[in-house]
Design a protein around this ligand. Structure first.
Ligand SMILES: [Zn+2]
Length: 99
């Protein structure tokens, strides 16, 4: 995954958040940091974890439903490292608007 692919993924995430079809909620969970309810289209994030990384992780699952957990964890770290300060700011604003 290169910088362009990360940018494209991020633009898709912004767009998905903006569409408003997916609800984002905070919930304290046991073992999981995040979880997506495909029937209700609700993304749950444990507020005690790294919220932005978990958000990226869950969206990666949605976009790549057949990718295994270990790969998704690697991608999540890669994307988090690629993001610029401006992209983080935009992500936080979009997330805040969706809450
Ligand atoms: Zn996962």
């Amino acid at each position: 995954m290169n910088k362009n692919q990360c940018d494209r993924f991020l633009r898709w995430v912004y767009n998905e958040i903006n569409k408003g079809k997916i609800q984002i909620r905070f919930k304290k969970m046991g073992k999981l940091d995040g979880e997506f309810d495909y029937d209700g289209l609700v993304m749950y994030i444990d507020p005690r974890c790294d919220i932005l990384k978990t958000l990226l992780h869950e969206f990666y699952h949605i976009r790549n439903p057949h990718t295994g957990e270990d790969i998704v964890e690697k991608k999540e770290k890669l994307i988090a490292n690629f993001l610029s300060e401006r992209q983080y700011r935009t992500l936080i604003k979009r997330l805040a608007k969706a809450l």
